[in-house]
Design a protein around this ligand. Sequence first.
Ligand SMILES: Nc1ncnc2c1ncn2[C@@H]1O[C@H](COP(=O)(O)OP(=O)(O)OP(=O)(O)O)[C@@H](O)[C@H]1O
Length: 242
Amino acid sequence: MNPEALLDVRSLSAGYGAIPVLRDVSFQVGEGEIVGVLGHNGMGKTTLMKALVGHIPITGGGLLLGGVEVTHVPTHKRARLGMGYVSQGRDIFPSLTVRENLAIGAAALGHDRTAAVDQAVGEFPILGRLLDRKGGALSGGEQQILALARALCGQPRLLLLDEPTEGIQPSIVDEIEDYLVRRAKESSLAVVVVEQDVGFIAAMANRVLWLQKGTIVKEIDPALLSDPDTVAEFSGLEGKAD
Ligand SMILES: Nc1ncnc2c1ncn2[C@@H]1O[C@H](COP(=O)(O)OP(=O)(O)OP(=O)(O)O)[C@@H](O)[C@H]1O
């Protein structure tokens, strides 16, 4: 076990009421590391994100963030300890402007609103011309950038991303990928990203975990994800040509 792990997930189980979904999930993420979690529909990717961020209770095992046990710590306290989260639905406030969405992200964690907006525009120039536009009037890709920028306003050490490429144009997928790789290298941001897009994960993850029926069944060498047979297997296409 790596004592330096920023995120240390230990035999975690979670689900919805009496319905178990995750069982015995264990993995670690170090500072500056990008860990991809691949899995087909319904395998528990979103549930894993919800358990890590504290949106559903953990029923067995637990997790540490920066060495601090946070298994039963509420979401807002996990955020203050450095956990950022972008949900699958992005959770943009549709009737608030981009500027207001960013300001809320900063204020919620006690950071300066104006500085946060300036920082977000510096990092994602595309937001500059959108500041006074309502969140609901943005394209899916623009919303994803806004959600990412808002999560970063909290200055997280660990960022959890739930299917960030879903329904967005390739140019924005590339922008997100470049940005995350740079932040991981330059400021040791750690990232856990759950995805079905094998190409996206292959391009940026240092390590890749394969989630099946609520548990991590293996770790995949990211280099193998450029092999068409492996891609077919993890895209759920295996056997379809038979
Ligand atoms: N609120 C809920 N109540 C009960 N069961 C749920 C709830 N949300 C999800 N599930 C179930 O938990 C399992 C895992 O769902 P989850 O959304 O985590 O999968 P996923 O891998 O993220 O899928 P997708 O790629 O389609 O988003 C599924 O069987 C799903 O039906």
